[in-house]
Ligand binder design. Structure first.
Ligand code: MN
Length: 202
């Protein structure tokens, strides 16, 4: 059994004008597809074959660069597509909103903290909102395709929202203007999906 590139649940142009269709085509069809194929090649015939991606990342040997980079890339992008929606934007409600308010005081304050994490991650990487057992949420960022499921990476919680800040995620439309891309992301966040993940992993 091997990992498969998950299908997008919306059209390539569905997130426009915030994320353009050409970027989505290349990002999903080339980059994510590449991580998926390279992950499968890296685990074939090893003890990782047949494990879930979460199990692979939880017990990752950080010196295994092929599984680290491609397993991270597979997991991170799978999450990324799910936490965006053409019907997204706004702000969370319910227990997720309460957890965000408890940690950051207000949604606007959370938004600033998350945006700063995304804008100041030097080079390629991701910004995350994670949940810890018990329900506390925390923002952090990680380099390259690392994520917080990996041993001793970032805040160590389970990611429930992630933003890709690799240049391949925004350069066609935003060039060097990463802050504009980060601001636009908030117009497509699928808070219902983030809340579902909060409920599953808290
Ligand atoms: Mn990417």
């Amino acid at each position: 059994m091997s990992f498969e590139l998950p299908a997008l649940k919306y059209a390539h142009d569905a997130l426009e004008p915030h994320i353009d269709a050409r970027t989505m085509e290349i990002h999903h069809g080339k980059h994510h597809a590449g991580y998926t194929a390279n992950l499968n090649a890296a685990i074939e015939g090893t003890a990782n074959e047949g494990k879930s991606i979460e199990d692979i990342l939880d017990s990752l040997d950080m010196n295994n660069k092929a599984v680290r980079n491609n397993g991270g890339g597979f997991y991170n992008h799978t999450l990324f597509w799910e936490v965006m929606s053409p019907d997204g934007g706004g702000s969370p409600s319910g227990e997720l909103a309460s957890a965000i308010n408890e940690a950051y005081g207000s949604f606007d304050s959370f938004k600033e903290t998350f945006s700063t994490a995304a804008k100041t991650q030097f080079g390629s990487g991701w910004a995350w909102l994670c949940v810890h057992p018990g329900g506390k949420v925390e923002v952090c960022s990680t380099p390259n395709q690392d994520n917080t499921l990996m041993p001793n990476v970032g805040c160590g919680g389970t990611p429930i929202l992630g933003l890709d800040v690799w240049e391949h995620a925004y350069y066609l439309n935003y060039q060097n203007r990463r802050p504009d891309y980060v601001a636009a992301f908030f117009n497509v966040i699928n808070w219902d999906e983030v809340a579902t993940r909060y409920g599953s992993y808290k």
